[in-house]
Design a binder for this molecule. Structure first.
Ligand code: DX5
Ligand code: ZN
Length: 217
């Protein structure tokens, strides 16, 4: 079993001292930085927007893994690319023309990911899986950090792994919500490639140690 990709979620950082938290992330074993953009429409919360993220992008040396919890995410492809993002994840539930949005993200020069809410089954990706660089499975209902992991996600990871193998797709499997040392281990065993962790990392007494522990589950 190879080591998981670790993507700490900025949502749980100290917004009064982002620079300090980002310096820790930069020198940690984290692979990416996960960025949650919310609109108060698709999800019942608002996080941060591009004026803040421009500074985050300047201060962070890790590739940006951007998760848009907004309606009409295609409107912001240029802005997400403008941050220098590696990956843009859009929710399946927000895209009527998902195939078109995925092509637009790729045409902009980013990797393309599709995110599924907990109640959205893996099978909806059957006809697009080979186009994707990543599938992000939500293991909580999106909108807030610090929620409890939904165990059914473990079955979804296995189902998604089977779909990827069956179709010869190359998509990575990332999981987001309630990830800690315990649930992280179960997810990696089930076949997850990448773990997002907000509270587990940013509320840990020693962030560097926690990131290292997640990396070496
Ligand atoms: C929730 C976000 C998550 C969140 C995870 O809507 O997508 O990325 O930051 O936070 P934890 O790891 O605390 O559940
Ligand atoms: Zn997220």
């Amino acid at each position: 079993m190879s080591k998981p990709i670790i993507s700490p979620s900025l949502l749980s950082a100290n917004f009064l001292n982002l620079q300090k938290d980002l310096e820790i992330i930069n020198k940690s074993e984290a692979d990416w930085l996960h960025i949650d953009i919310m609109d108060g429409v698709f999800v019942p919360n608002i996080s941060f927007g591009f004026p803040v993220l421009q500074y985050v992008a300047q201060a962070c040396t890790k590739p940006l893994d951007v998760h848009l919890m907004i309606v009409q995410p295609e409107k912001f492809i240029k802005e997400v690319k403008g941050l220098g993002s590696m990956m843009m994840n859009v929710h399946y539930e927000t895209c009527t023309h998902l195939h078109r949005v995925i092509q637009q993200i790729k045409d902009a020069g980013m990797q393309a990911g599709v995110t599924l809410n907990p109640a959205t089954p893996v099978c909806v990706l059957k006809d697009i899986i080979t186009e994707l660089d990543m599938v992000l499975l939500m293991s909580v209902n999106p909108g807030f950090g610090g929620q409890k992991f939904i165990p059914q996600t473990l079955n979804k990871v296995k189902e998604l792994r089977a779909l990827i193998e069956e179709t010869g797709a190359h998509a990575l499997i990332e999981v987001d919500g309630g990830v800690n040392l315990e649930t992280g281990k179960l997810l990696v065993e089930a076949g997850a490639d990448a773990l997002v962790a907000g509270n587990a990392v940013f509320k840990a007494p020693d962030m560097l140690q926690m990131i290292s522990d997640l990396k070496n589950l």
